[in-house]
Design a protein around this ligand. Structure first.
Ligand SMILES: [Mg+2]
Length: 277
């Protein structure tokens, strides 16, 4: 927190004082795990599991709020194992697919809704849509109630992203779905949830008296907006951006900007140090 503004420092200290009531919301990719070319090979920062476990013992709940399926994040983060090591009173949870899916360290069960008909239809159309945008080799990631198209592996990833964005926006609209652009990824998903609703739900579910939220990408903007609204209503809150070269919109909404997943782990560990004093 040495580079933080006076206001950010006050917000941080208010949360430290309230730590046992704080709900910590964390994005996964780019926040807890470095961004990698192939999303299936993402690995959580090596020091993150220990930091999460320690934090979970000090705050009301640690909730990973992600666009990924809940099961993927539990696997990639080694959270099942982590859950086994937590004391009874500690809560670690995952809200996957923007809150449609749930998992927590107490039940250790996954819950997920059925994909809507529009998504089933869009999947059938997808090879033709990709070809029409000269992006037939984009990597398609199946996410159950969403489908993500990654242009990162293509020769000119940014140009392919731009060509696909319009095509997929149009298809999403025709099928009553929602398009979520990210860092060289376009995700078409089941509407009705976003990270803003998810973090509000998490704070309500865990009866949070304050919140610390960390994200890195456009999909986190709704969570940042929701947290700012809650703060205007009196909830103590701190917004942290895990910085990257690819996305700057979120940094402008944040109280504190840290340097990628390593910086996030550093901040969470410092918070745990300060909260246990
Ligand atoms: Mg992210």
């Amino acid at each position: 927190m040495e580079r933080a503004t006076e206001q950010a420092r006050h917000r941080y200290e208010a949360l430290v004082a309230l730590a046992p009531q704080v709900v910590v919301g964390l994005d996964f990719d780019g926040t807890l795990a470095p961004i990698v070319e192939d999303p299936s090979s993402a690995v959580i920062h090596p020091e993150a599991p220990a930091a999460l476990a320690r934090l979970a013992c000090l705050v009301r709940a640690v909730v990973v709020v992600t666009g990924r399926p809940a099961r993927q994040v539990v696997d990639l983060g080694g959270l099942e194992e982590l859950a086994g090591s937590l004391p009874e009173g500690a809560t670690l949870a995952v809200m996957g697919q923007y809150g449609h899916e749930r998992w927590d360290s107490h039940s250790r069960r996954f819950t997920s809704p059925e994909p809507p008909d529009g998504l089933v239809a869009l999947r059938e159309e997808l090879p033709r849509l990709l070809a029409s945008a000269d992006a037939a080799d984009a990597v398609v990631e199946e996410k159950g109630i969403a489908v993500a198209v990654h242009t990162r592996p293509l020769p000119d990833a940014k140009a392919a992203f731009t060509r696909l964005e319009g095509v997929l926006a149009d298809a999403a609209e025709r099928h009553g779905l929602q398009l979520e652009p990210g860092r060289l990824v376009l995700e078409v998903r089941t509407p009705g949830m976003h990270k803003g609703l998810a973090i509000r739900q998490a704070i309500e579910d865990h009866d949070g008296g304050g919140t610390l939220f960390v994200g890195d990408d456009l999909g986190d903007v709704e969570a940042f907006t929701a947290v700012r609204e809650l703060r205007e209503g009196g909830l103590p809150a701190l917004l942290v951006c895990s910085s990257s070269d690819e996305q700057e919109a979120l940094a402008e909404l944040a109280d504190v900007v840290v340097d990628g997943p390593g910086g996030v782990v550093g901040l969470l560990s410092a918070f745990a140090d300060d909260a246990s004093r």
